[in-house]
Design a protein around this ligand. Sequence first.
Ligand SMILES: [Fe+2]
Ligand SMILES: [Fe+2]
Length: 423
Amino acid sequence: MVRELHDGVGTASFSPSGKQGEQGEQGRRGFPKADALNDPLRRRLEINYRRNQKQDHTQLLDAAGRAFNYDDCRDSYWNPESFSLLYGTPLWDQASNYQRTVLNQLYWVAYYSQIISAEIATIFFNQTSAAALYAHDGFRTICDMLDLESSQERAHISAFRAVGEQTEQALLGKRLFSYPMRGPFIETMIFADTNRLKQWWKQLQLQAFGLISANNSFLACQYFTVRGLRTLNGKLVQHQLSRYYQTHDDQENAPIPSKISFYHFMDESSHFNSSTLLSQEVIHCLPQPTRFETLVANLGIRGCQQDHQQFSVAVNGIFWHDPALYSKVYELLRSHIFSMDDADAKEMIRVCFTQESEGVYRSYQTHREATAAYQAYLDSLDYVWPSNRRMSIMAATSVETYLATQRRAWSRFIRVKEAHRDD
Ligand SMILES: [Fe+2]
Ligand SMILES: [Fe+2]
């Protein structure tokens, strides 16, 4: 069944009987025709695209990345205080002013290192989705809009990398959360509960989805449901990060990373609008999904739930698997910034990750807010499975499950460290 047009405008390709079998020659060959975009929707897409062109922050971000010099802003915070690495944990409570500043700056580096990875994947799927959607008359604006967004993501990535790499070099003389440039098929979550087999399987899934969705308008459109969910979480946190610059007394001289947070948030607001228009409005111009399309779409949403199953006490607002971060935190604690010995560093990891603290509750709260926002985002989509609609995997996460996971992982971490010492 073809869905109802919103207002019946532009029905040239609309099948009045609404039957799949009457979609014409092209439909029978396996590429179902879309209904023409109705006027109000077309206008909203054009307005969103034009607004994004007008307020495009690419030049400002490129200039900020070029101008960044760690020494110029080494003494200041770059985010609101609560957005610091391990904020609200015993490490934060004991840290000196200098150490707190470093934790605040490293939060920025860690947070945006995850955004880089997500945006590399976004660039690829924007292109494959545009390829599928361009097969329909009148969908050009959507494709042009996605082209602009991809080019903006490249500017975002450049600015994040410029700051992240220089900062880690200045502070530690090596990488901690940053990584060399990568492709779109690697596990998007940088610190995930994974292994080689799971990584290989994920890579295959991403490649298969790219291949199928480039020739399937429903899945191309549905990709923006997943992109919308991911951006929704980004919006919740990045809105708060951008406020550091917005409320700064002297914006001209505010630390460059805080400006980048603000510019990025502005671009991403447009991207979120496009995700919503595509996944919740344009999708209604397409034929009802087949069983296969419904299955793939729901597996995609479930994959997003699985990626966002955990919360991180190290980086509030990113859904990393904290045990995958222990070795990074250990390195930081052993560095000249914290100067801990082996035993103190291990004990600090234990008390920060395996015990209740303000940090644990803050990160849990962010996770709950994201879960509720995701549930609301999916509410109007009737092809979504009940378990995805309820976000049941994410909703099952609690402080207790978090702490139990960390306690098991900490014991394993210590065993592995001891074993290496004996080598
Ligand atoms: Fe971005
Ligand atoms: Fe984006």
